[in-house]
Design a protein around this ligand. Structure first.
Ligand code: BGC
Length: 449
C-alpha cells in the first residue's frame, strides 16, 4: 500500500516543485532581464510580481474546476499550462511576451497550489496524511533551492532564458504522471463512479478493509452538493474563517521577504559581494528543505498544533533578534553573524510549522461538498497576502526601517499563536470526513455532515 500511495503523492507534489522553482527563479533572472530589455524600476517590479497576479487568478478558479472536472485532470492541465508558460518565457522576443509567459506560469502555480494538496489529502490514508501533504511543501522548498542553484550556476553566462525554460522538464513529468495516476476516490464517489472509486480505495489500502472509509465518504455525500450558498452554514463559514486566517497569517509573518529578498537583507547586514549574499541565500534554502523533513516525519505523530506553536515561537524569537541587531548603530561582523543565524532559525522554524501545516489544514477542514471551493478561497487569500507583503517589503524597509518591519512580523507571529490556540482543531490521524472545526453547537446547526 505505502509505495503506491507514496508514488501518487510524490507525482502530485511535483506541482509544488514547479511552484517553488517558478516563484524562486525570478530573483536571479531579473538582473539579466532588466539589462536585456532595459527595464526601469517599475517595469522590473512588475516583471517580478506578475507571476503572483497569475497565481491569484489561477487559484480563484482552480477549486471550482477541480470540483467539476476532477483533481487529476486539473493537475494535468496545470502541467500543460506550466509548460506553455515556461516555453513562452524562455523564447520571449519582447518584454510583453515575457510578461504573458510569466502570467501563464502564475495561473499554473495557482492551479497546482489548490489542487495538489487537495488531491494528496484525498488519496492519503488518514494516519499518514500529514506526512504526505507535507511532501508537497518539501517539493516547494526543493523547487526554491533548485532555482537558487540554477540562478547561481547560470549567473556568469547571464542565461536567463535557460533559467526560466528549465521549468519545462518537471512540467512534462507532472503531465505524464497525471496520465497514469488514479483519480481521487472521493471525487469519483462524488461524481457517481462508485466502482472506479472502490477500485482506487482498494489500491490505496492494498487490499485491506476500507468499508469504514467508504461509509464516511458516502455519509458526507448524502448532503447536497453545495456552492457559495454552503457558506450560509455557520460551521462552513467558521472553517473558512480558520482556513483563510491561517493562509493569510502564513504570509504576513514575512516568509517571502526572506525567500524573495534574502540577498538584499544580507547585503544590508554587511555581506560585501553579490556572490556571497547569493551563497548565504543558498544556505537559507538548504535549511528550508531540511527542516521540512521534521514536519514530514513528525506531523502525524506529534500533531499539527505542537509543531505550529514551536515553529511560530522560533520565528518570533529570531525576528526579535533580527530587529534588535538592525537597530544597533555599529554594523559589523556581529550583525552579519546575527543576520545569518536569525534568518536560518526563522526559515527553519517556518519550514516545519506554518509552511507545510497551513497547506495541510486547509486541505482538511472543509466538508467534501465545499472542499475545492473552500481551498480555492483560502489559497487565493494566501496569494493576495503574498503579493501585498512582497510588494511592500522594500517600501516598508525604506519608510519604517528594518527594525520596525521585522518587529511587525514578530508581533504577527504572536497573533498567529493566539489564532491557532483559539480556533484550530487538532486533526492528526482523523478520517477527513470526521474533522470538525469549531464547537458542536456550530456543527449541529450547520446541516453539513
Ligand atoms: C508558502 C510560500 C513560501 C514557501 C517557502 C510556502 O508554504 O506558501 O509562499 O514561499 O512556503 O518555503
Amino acid at each position: 500500500m505505502r509505495p503506491f500511495v507514496l508514488l501518487v503523492a510524490s507525482v502530485a507534489a511535483l506541482g509544488g516543485l514547479l511552484f517553488g522553482y517558478d516563484t524562486g527563479v525570478i530573483s536571479g533572472a531579473i538582473l539579466f532581464i532588466t539589462k536585456d530589455f532595459a527595464l526601469g524600476t517599475q517595469m522590473q517590479e512588475f516583471t517580478v510580481s506578475i507571476v503572483l497576479i497569475g497565481c491569484i487568478v489561477g487559484s480563484a478558479v482552480a477549486g471550482a474546476l477541480a470540483d467539476r472536472y476532477g483533481r487529476r485532470r486539473i493537475l494535468f492541465t496545470a502541467g500543460a499550462v506550466f509548460g506553455v508558460g515556461a516555453l513562452l518565457s524562455a523564447f520571449a522576443p519582447s518584454i510583453g511576451a515575457l510578461l504573458a509567459g510569466r502570467f501563464i506560469v502564475g495561473i499554473a502555480i495557482g492551479f497546482s497550489s489548490v489542487v495538489a494538496p487537495l488531491y494528496i489529502s484525498e488519496v492519503a490514508p488518514a494516519d499518514i496524511r500529514g506526512g504526505l501533504v507535507s511532501l508537497y511543501q518539501f517539493a516547494i522548498t526543493i523547487g526554491i533551492l533548485a532555482a537558487y542553484l540554477v540562478d547561481y550556476a547560470l549567473a556568469s553566462s547571464a542565461a536567463w532564458r535557460w533559467m526560466l525554460g528549465f521549468a519545462l522538464v518537471p512540467a512534462l513529468v507532472l503531465m505524464s504522471g497525471m496520465i497514469v495516476l488514479p483519480e481521487s476516490p472521493r471525487f469519483l464517489f462524488k461524481s457517481g463512479n462508485d466502482d472506479a472509486a472502490r477500485d482506487e480505495l482498494n489500491r490505496i489500502h492494498g487490499g485491506a478493509d476500507f468499508s469504514a472509509e467508504e461509509a464516511a465518504i458516502r455519509d458526507s455525500l448524502s448532503v447536497k452538493e453545495a456552492g457559495f450558498e454552503a457558506f450560509a452554514a455557520p460551521a462552513v463559514r467558521y472553517a473558512l474563517f480558520v482556513g483563510l486566517g491561517l493562509a493569510v497569517l502564513q504570509q504576513v509573518t514575512g516568509i517571502n521577504s526572506v525567500i524573495y529578498y534574502g540577498p538584499q537583507i544580507f547585503q544590508a547586514a554587511g555581506v560585501a559581494s553579490n556572490v556571497a549574499s547569493i551563497l548565504a541565500e543558498v544556505i537559507v534554502g538548504v535549511v528550508n528543505v531540511l527542516l521540512t523533513l521534521v514536519a514530514i516525519f513528525f506531523v502525524d505523530a506529534i500533531g499539527r498544533k505542537p509543531l505550529l506553536y514551536l515553529g511560530c515561537s522560533g520565528m518570533f524569537i529570531s525576528l526579535v533578534a533580527l530587529a534588535y541587531a538592525f537597530s544597533q548603530p555599529a554594523h559589523g561582523q556581529t550583525l552579519v553573524a546575527t543576520a545569518l543565524g536569525s534568518l536560518m532559525v526563522y526559515v527553519g522554524s517556518f519550514a516545519f510549522s506554518l509552511g507545510p501545516i497551513v497547506w495541510l489544514l486547509i486541505s482538511e477542514i472543509f466538508p467534501l461538498q465545499v472542499r475545492g471551493l473552500g481551498m480555492s478561497i483560502c489559497t487565493l487569500g494566501n496569494w493576495v497576502a503574498n503579493f501585498v507583503v512582497s510588494q511592500f517589503f522594500l517600501t516598508s524597509v525604506e519608510h519604517l526601517g528594518r527594525p520596525l518591519t521585522f518587529s511587525i512580523y514578530a508581533i504577527l507571529c504572536i497573533v498567529t499563536i493566539i489564532f491557532i490556540a483559539v480556533n484550530v482543531p487538532e486533526t492528526k490521524r482523523e478520517v477527513l470526513e470526521k474533522i470538525r472545526v469549531g464547537t458542536s453547537r456550530f456543527n449541529d446547526s450547520s446541516g453539513v455532515s
